[in-house]
Design a protein around this ligand. Structure first.
Ligand code: CAA
Length: 379
């Protein structure tokens, strides 16, 4: 198996690394503290082609493939997790529209997503009473002539207050997954009411909001795919999204490891640097080994998707292992820093807060285990 990156992948990785270092890292702590949406950072990603990495060039993407996408998310996340989730969800929405919208809708929305003319894209699946059990969602869409009228509410919507376009899942038929359809709703649509951003533990520069739809009208062409196909589209998008979260977790864990290595070489205790002690060495060795395993699982899932092969199980494995690994790595980083890890003068405190949600969003660890087990037992 060839593990070398090709020229395009190296170029995308290098581009993302440069933006991360020059534009994101210097401001990551400040925008987290101020809960400030990373508008200029997203603009820079758009200019570099990183908002549509796996999107056709004809629609404004860079058509560089899924492995490139994964590498780019990792680099961005290592500097600023908030920017990386905004980037990942925007890429996911752009890909979903490319795959299933009408030609007119693709041309209307995708170039604006990839160029950052839209501040972001958003994914409106979860509801106050339906997170893991997405098939139980209650928002409804009724057909009225050539329009759809949407009523209901969504919860935990990343970038829902700034997005130019939101994919909204709503019930058009009976109960369960088969009664669900997906729609494109523009961010300024009449009847769309946006709640104030949640006050979150981490990724605080990425706004998370509730949305309410009160007789929100969209045209017939806003239907994504076929009526009743919405749940499958959500699952297909989330399979890819989970590669994004896995890549993000790998990036945050790498940042935690790099910070820990630097600190271990610098911090003195008992007349030596703390990296001389086996207690610290073993922590670093475990962090590095688990990180490498997560990185390879993630790249494997990305490669399978890129080859057009089935990748549901591998994406869930990558997301499960990487997010759990990254949580352990960030906890250990704080432990290595001691008291300095518990204050916001150093970034490891932010890494720990930022990483916490990676085992929760885009399908919790429990849901990933369910997907993996069902795949082993019944597929
Ligand atoms: N690809 C294609 N189709 C799929 C699929 C996949 N990966 N997974 C399921 N389906 C299909 C099934 O084949 C089935 O279709 P048929 O009836 O035609 O066979 C249909 O979808 C229903 O599938 P299930 O019976 O498996 O559905 P379920 O109700 O048991 O739910 C689940 C399965 C895996 C638990 C799913 O509900 C799930 O993934 N839940 C988690 C939701 C989630 O990840 N939410 C994240 C919110 S978005 C977010 O966090 C983004 C953000 O802003 C950061």
């Amino acid at each position: 198996m060839d593990l070398r990156l090709d020229e395009t992948q190296e170029m995308v990785q290098e581009t993302a690394r440069r933006i991360a270092k020059d534009i994101l890292a210097p401001r990551a702590a400040e925008i987290d503290r101020n809960h400030q949406f990373p508008k200029e950072q997203i603009q820079a990603l758009g200019e570099a082609g990183l908002l549509g990495v796996n999107v056709p060039e004809s629609l404004g993407g860079s058509e560089a493939g899924v492995v490139s996408y994964s590498l780019a998310v990792t680099e961005i996340a290592a500097a600023c997790a908030s920017t990386s989730v905004t980037m990942a969800v925007t890429n996911m929405v752009a890909e979903l529209i490319c795959g299933f919208a009408t030609e007119e809708m693709k041309r209307r929305h995708v170039p604006k997503l990839t160029s950052a003319q839209y501040a972001a894209g958003a994914f409106g699946l979860s509801e106050p009473q339906a997170g893991s059990d997405a098939g139980a969602l209650k928002t409804r869409a009724e057909k009225k002539g050539d329009r759809w009228i949407i009523n209901g509410s969504k919860q935990w919507i990343t970038s829902g207050n700034v997005a130019g376009v939101i994919v909204v899942w709503a019930r058009t038929g009976g109960p369960g997954p088969k009664g669900i359809s997906a729609f494109l709703v523009e961010g300024d649509a009449k009847g769309l009411i946006v709640a104030p951003p949640e006050s979150k533990m981490g990724q605080r520069a990425s706004p998370t909001v509730g949305l309410t739809f009160e007789d929100c009208e969209v045209p017939a062409e806003a239907l994504l795919g076929e009526e009743g196909q919405g749940f499958k589209l959500a699952m297909i998008a989330l399979d890819g999204g989970r590669i994004g979260v896995a890549s993000q977790a790998v990036g945050i864990a790498r940042a935690a490891l790099d910070a820990s290595v630097a600190y271990a070489l610098e911090r003195q205790a008992f007349g030596k640097n703390i990296g001389s002690f086996q207690a610290i060495q073993w922590k670093l060795a475990d962090m590095a080994t688990e990180l490498e395993a997560a990185r390879l699982l993630t790249l494997q899932a990305a490669k399978l998707k890129e080859m057009g092969r089935r990748f549901t199980r591998e994406a869930s494995m990558a997301k499960l292992f990487s997010s759990e690994m990254a949580n352990r790595a960030c906890l250990e980083a704080v432990q290595i820093y001691g008291g300095y890890g518990y204050v916001d003068d150093f970034p490891v405190e932010r890494y720990l807060r930022d990483v916490r949600t990676t085992t929760i969003y885009e399908g919790s660890s429990e849901i990933q285990r369910l997907v993996i087990a069902r795949n082993l037992l019944f597929d």
